[in-house]
Ligand binder design. Sequence first.
Ligand code: FEO
Length: 162
Amino acid sequence: MLSERLEKELNSQINKEFYASYLYLSMAAYAEDIGLEGIAHWFRLQSEEEYEHAMKIYEFVNEKGGRVVLEAIDKPQTEYKSVKQLFELALEHEEYVTDSINKLVDLAIAEKDHSAVVFLQWFVEEQVEEEDSVNSILDKFKFMREDGMGILMLNKDLGSRE
Ligand code: FEO
């Protein structure tokens, strides 16, 4: 059983994960349009991961006897100033999601819902990885010009993500 409040916040997290999936797909479409297919590939995989995150919570809410209620997904940004901006916004979004997950853990603890606390630990760890992977890509921008070979190397590198 889920408390009403936790059910509501988990539903809200489902929406945030779907939004993240949509946002990363929008970033993939932008990268594709400017001819950077490797970067587009990276964002498409990122988008799929976010879909899986949403579905993980969807399944948990159902397993706990709660009710999944899907809300509208906001329109993501479609125009970007640069490739670097894609990753800056991705990091900003991951930090926002980390904060949201932390608040969910706080709520699960306050509600003494131990199964939710355990379930959410996966997301706590995942957020460390997500922020780290975007941060390590952003680090590379310190050493390259956006119109140079560096961006083509990054495109090739990210295109090999499995
Ligand atoms: Fe599901 Fe990247 O947060």
